[in-house]
Design a protein around this ligand. Structure first.
Ligand code: BGC
Length: 749
């Protein structure tokens, strides 16, 4: 059944019986072994690492460390002391290690092989933040499935994704890995990705399990600094940060990765509210919790455990099931059980969860991967075109003064300048562990394929990052004979992602100086902006005649940009994070609260002027709002109809509107539905996304878009922290983004 999606989190009596039978035969040491996860290779020492990185930079080849198996790994697998390995993609080595587990360990329990497949395995797709700008869950499901196809063919059973952390702070580099600032959109993307990863009928004949992460609140790191303190209210946790996890579980995810951060004083690795109360008591979720990388040992640095043994005790008692990389479980769990500090039943519960996943994955029947498969599957045309489609839909046109875009393909000479115009490695984005620069197309490549050689002048102008040699004058010279400048600027791939927080969110290096010089030429200026986060670019946005956000768009980045620049397709991506006007606005997001002295109200007359919630030196509004993105055509919104002006808490709200393509090109529009609960027992956001639809419209075509929103989705966590849909009046909008739209009213009774 091709369309089947595997679920790993409902209990199947046959599976349970099998797991019980296995557990009955296991020693304590073997049970503990199932809770141990390690990387199979030793990390190179810093000198070697440096040498390899430098060599890769010089040759343009991927960074490839010599892989040395951890000493003693093979014996530990034979002894049943390891349940999982990760960070390995070569089928032959995986099979060799798996053979030790299956054929040489006492009970033959297979390893589960995990990997970070965040936006593609070898066929690298746009970074997830970009992917979310497609607002197209069906497409992302296909992309996730393609990633699972490749990963599975190379021996991966378990994908450490989707990353479903809500992020409202662009300083945080990991904003690149998620679906942006909104819980409703985030939940839709989480669902789609889990379905894609866990799709039935993979060509490997094997199965894959998703692992949503990082549970939970990781995106709320103070000041956007990675791993920093998180101190959000339980209500915000429940209303904003948890919904994508719930959606992933509802879609069938049977594992979750706990986060590095603390939540209001208690690290997520040992947090009783999130690991016990919510996961088990409230959601009755039977899945398995794996820690993040060495997060158990990091409890010592957090200052909640004195040593590794205590860290292990706290983690297992809190409900953590598998420990990634650090060795508290391997080194101390047996001793803790012997001392009576940890009940063996808890170890058994954790082992049961791991074994359940292994059984449901079919690992006992099919432990090995077919080593010949990757050759047919990796980077196949089907996946490459899918990567192109996702890239096209993920790019967001923020400005197009005088309809400079699309460019006519013939007769115009282009100056293709900027340090990202030909930066192959950077097209891949932050988490392209198994991707290769040589697979990627740059903008320059793609334009050269479409235009005669003498119609393109290229110059980098300056480095992407750092103060290396720049030749801004050379870049300006390259524009002399050109009719239009295409400036490809922004961040390098490794400026976003893990441990890549930034405090200045403008163009790095001398890129702004380059842009100033290009602007001074007076030539029409198209900016293609590549980044892993929302940037702060008021000056650049002013300078550009046209501004296309291309993100780090994966291996087909170049073609996608060229297709959009020349109008083969019209841009249709819309932002899933607000783009701040200044760093000082952060966090800035559309679903904020009104406050008692909102900007739009009269304020309170104290002293000489109304006191309002605002800045004295700049606007409250972001430079570009959530949901915003332009097209080469125009759309008219009319005839809003609230078909159900009064609904009960079990009913469905039905709202429709007519959307017309009033321009001259076929295009797709992402239509959005927002609500506001006007009076609640707790304060409510000024707007909340509750529906969206991508629709294709021919010039002159009008279509009615009809949204059906279950009243149940209109609730929130009330004063007692219980989810409630309260009676009362709501505003509703259907519009092209979070600030425009047709407005109506309805009531919940
Ligand atoms: C990251 C996780 C990742 C893990 C394994 C950690 O540093 O936070 O997202 O899955 O490493 O590579």
């Amino acid at each position: 059944m091709k369309d089947e999606v595997y679920r790993y989190n409902d209990l199947d009596p046959a599976v349970e019986a099998r797991v019980d039978a296995l557990l009955a035969r296991m020693t304590l040491a073997e049970k503990i072994g199932q809770l141990v996860q390690t990387t199979p290779f030793v990390m190179p020492d810093p000198d070697e690492m440096q040498r390899v990185i430098e060599q890769a930079q010089q040759t343009g080849q991927p960074v490839q460390f010599m892989q040395r198996l951890r000493p003693g790994l093979e014996d530990r697998i034979r002894a049943g002391g390891i349940g999982s390995i990760f960070g390995i993609n070569d089928g032959a080595t995986i099979n060799a290690l798996q053979r030790l587990a299956v054929e040489e360990s006492r009970l033959g329990i297979p390893l589960i092989v995990g990997n970070d497949v965040i936006h593609g395995f070898r066929t690298i797709f746009p970074i997830p933040l970009a992917e979310s700008c497609t607002w197209n869950p069906a497409l992302l499901e296909r992309a996730a499935r393609a990633a699972a196809e490749e990963a599975s063919a190379c021996g991966t059973d378990w994908i450490f994704a989707p990353m479903v952390d809500i992020a409202r702070d662009g300083r945080w580099g990991r904003i690149a890995e998620g679906a942006g600032e909104d819980p409703f959109l985030g939940a839709a993307m989480a669902r789609a990705r889990v379905r894609g990863f866990q799709a039935g009928g993979l060509r490997s004949g094997r199965r894959v399990a998703a692992c949503p992460k990082h549970y939970v609140g990781y995106g709320a790191a103070e000041a956007g600094r990675d791993y920093n303190t998180v101190d959000i209210s339980e209500r915000t946790l429940r209303d904003v940060y948890l919904p994508p996890f719930k959606a992933a579980f509802d879609a069938g995810a049977g594992s979750v990765m706990s986060a590095f951060n603390e939540i209001a004083g208690i690290p997520a690795t040992i947090n009783p509210l999130t690991l016990r109360t919510i996961l088990r008591d409230e959601w009755s979720w039977p899945g398995m919790v794996v820690s993040d990388y060495e997060a158990v040992a990091e409890l010592i640095q957090h200052g909640v455990a004195a040593d590794l043994k205590e860290a292990g005790r706290l983690s297992i008692l809190a409900g953590l099931d598998m420990e990634m990389v650090s060795t508290a479980f391997a080194d101390h769990l047996a001793e803790l059980v012997a001392e009576g500090a940890v009940p063996e039943s808890r170890v058994e519960e954790a082992a049961r969860r791991v074994l359940r996943l292994k059984v449901r994955l079919g690992l006992f029947e099919r432990p090995y991967t077919d080593e010949t498969l990757p050759a047919h599957l990796i980077l196949c045309e089907e996946f490459r075109s899918l990567a192109l489609e996702v890239a096209r839909q993920s790019m967001v046109l923020l400005k197009n003064a005088g309809n400079l875009l699309p460019l006519a393909q013939g007769g115009r000479r282009l100056a293709v300048v900027g340090p990202l115009a030909d930066a192959r490695q950077d097209m891949l984005g932050t988490w392209a562990f198994f991707g290769r620069a040589e697979d990627a197309e740059t903008v320059l490549d793609a334009l050269r394929l479409r235009l005669p050689e003498d119609a393109i002048f290229h110059a980098a102008g300056c480095p992407i990052v750092g103060d290396g040699p720049a030749d801004i004058a050379g870049a300006v010279a390259a524009t002399q004979a050109a009719d239009v400048i295409i400036a490809v600027v922004g961040e390098s791939a490794n400026m976003s992602g893990e441990a890549r927080s930034r405090m200045h969110l403008g163009l790095p290096s001398r890129q702004q100086a380059l842009m100033d010089a290009l602007t001074a030429t007076g030539k029409p200026l198209v900016v293609v902006l590549m980044s892993g986060r929302p940037l702060v670019i008021p000056r650049l946005a002013e300078q550009a005649d046209a501004l296309l956000v291309a993100w780090h768009a994966g291996i087909r980045a170049g073609s996608a940009v060229a297709d959009l620049l020349f109008g083969a397709v019209s841009p249709s991506g819309k932002l899933t994070t607000s783009w701040p006007a200044a760093e000082g606005q952060i966090p800035v997001y559309y679903a904020h609260k009104n406050t008692g002295r909102p900007m739009t109200g009269a304020g309170a007359l104290q002293f000489a002027e109304p006191f309002k919630s605002r800045y004295i030196d700049g606007p409250n509004e972001p430079l570009f709002p959530f949901g915003f993105g332009l097209s080469y055509t125009t759309f008219a919104y009319r005839d809003l109809r609230v078909e159900t002006p009064i609904i009960g808490p079990e009913d469905i709200l039905v709202v429709s509107a007519t959307i017309e393509n009033t321009g001259l090109r076929p295009a797709e529009e992402v239509v959005q539905l927002y609500v506001r609960d006007l009076v609640g027992s707790v304060t409510r956001p000024v707007k909340e996304l509750k529906g969206f639809r991508r629709m294709a419209l021919q010039p002159g075509e009008a279509q009615v878009v009809r949204f059906e929103v279950p009243a149940h989705d209109l609730g929130f966590h009330g004063p007692d922290m219980k989810y409630v849909v309260e009676p009362g009046a709501f505003a509703v909008w259907i519009g092209p983004n979070s600030v425009e739209g047709l407005e109506g009213r309805f009531e919940v009774r």
